[in-house]
Write a protein that binds this ligand. Structure first.
Ligand SMILES: [Zn+2]
Length: 184
């Protein structure tokens, strides 16, 4: 009986790993409330991958500090309503809430209302996305499909495909081109 219980527990834990990614909420990283919010529709056709082109972080502490700094820059220097991206991925392997689900982002001119924006913390011309970061990003994308934020047949783009920028950095660009929903 004990063995059966252990097997059942293992199956449940695996199922949880497959179907969801734990997203660190804005409250958990000490983020500020948005100045305003605009609704982002469901069933979007696109997801856009970015890098922040800033500091890489590999611990929860360093990543939350970096998130607060980026949010302050976007809100106070650029005058935006909130941190620009819907979600961010840390070098600690965590997915972080930015504007979150169903909130219009500010990450790719002319594409914000058509896509969700996910940004990797760091400069991926030099940094390399780790297996844990890749898994966290794919988890957010899977969640986005399962909750209907993006369509199951969505197209994944790197920012450089929809704007004049080197974002998301060469190393991350080479990675996302191997993902199943990426299209040229
Ligand atoms: Zn970008």
């Amino acid at each position: 009986m004990a063995n059966k219980a252990i097997i059942l527990l293992a199956v449940l834990l695996c199922a949880q790993a497959v179907f969801g990614v734990a997203i660190v909420s804005k409250a958990q990283w000490g983020g500020r409330n948005p100045k305003s919010k605009t609704t982002l529709a469901n069933s979007l056709a696109y997801a856009v991958i970015h890098h922040t082109a800033g500091n890489y972080c590999s611990t929860r502490d360093a990543c939350t500090k970096e998130l607060r700094s980026i949010q302050a820059y976007h809100m106070d220097s650029l005058g935006w309503a909130d941190i620009g991206y819907n979600f961010l991925i840390g070098g600690d392997g965590s997915a972080y809430e930015g504007r979150g689900w169903n909130v219009l982002g500010a990450h790719a001119t002319n594409w914000n209302s058509k896509s969700i924006g996910i940004s990797f913390l760091g400069n991926f011309n030099n940094n390399k996305p780790t297996a844990a970061m890749i898994s966290a990003a794919k988890g957010v994308l899977a969640d986005a499909v399962s909750r209907g934020q993006i369509k199951s047949g969505y197209t994944l783009y790197g920012h450089r495909q929809v704007g004049s920028t080197e974002c998301p950095g060469t190393n991350l660009w080479n990675e996302i081109r191997t993902w199943s929903n990426w299209k040229a």
